[in-house]
Design a protein around this ligand. Structure first.
Ligand SMILES: [Zn+2]
Length: 171
């Protein structure tokens, strides 16, 4: 368990599931980011970042969530809502766009405001809750494990490469 009390659980039921995933990841020593997928108000998938647990760099919370939800008809994705405790990176945003998910609810974009504007520019509904529990849990992890954080996504928001300015070919 965390050493000091964390803020109350998110009040939004979807975000609360995502937060539960993030907290479970924290307790496993993983990067505490969680996600949940709902269809017409029903939970159809959930997952957490598994970079540390599985030694897999592409298993961000949203990707694990999509994997756990399994193969779904296009019509289901088209009516789904993705919840994530943190602003999604371009990989996870790309997956959401690929599958046609129309709406994402984000716990917080304070740690990183990653692809929010990109998703909006492509027509996705993006809601940022600014939830304190999501924010505090991740901040605690970053303080405790800055190396793992930097390995996973630490340059996002501070590195121009993250926002589309690719560094070009190697010298
Ligand atoms: Zn991601």
């Amino acid at each position: 368990m965390p050493s000091t009390p964390l803020p109350p659980l998110p009040s939004d039921p979807g975000l609360r599931i995502a937060y539960e995933e993030a907290l479970a990841g924290y307790r496993e020593g993983g990067v505490p980011i969680g996600a949940a997928l709902f269809h017409r108000g029903e939970l159809i998938g959930r997952g957490r970042n598994r970079r540390v647990q599985d030694g897999n760099p592409i298993l961000h919370a949203e990707m694990t969530c999509f994997q756990n939800a399994g193969r779904l008809p296009v019509s289901t994705y088209r009516e789904a809502v993705l919840y994530s405790t943190l602003s999604p990176c371009y990989m996870c945003s790309g997956a959401s766009l690929l599958f046609g998910v129309p709406k994402i609810v984000i716990g917080e974009s304070r740690t990183i405001r990653a692809a929010d504007d990109w998703l909006r520019s492509l027509g996705m509904s993006v809601t940022v809750v600014d939830d304190q529990a999501c924010y505090r849990l991740l901040q605690r992890f970053i303080e405790e494990s800055p190396g793992i954080w930097a390995e996973d996504i630490g340059h996002a928001g501070t590195d121009d490469r993250y926002h589309g300015k690719h560094p070009g070919p190697p010298p």
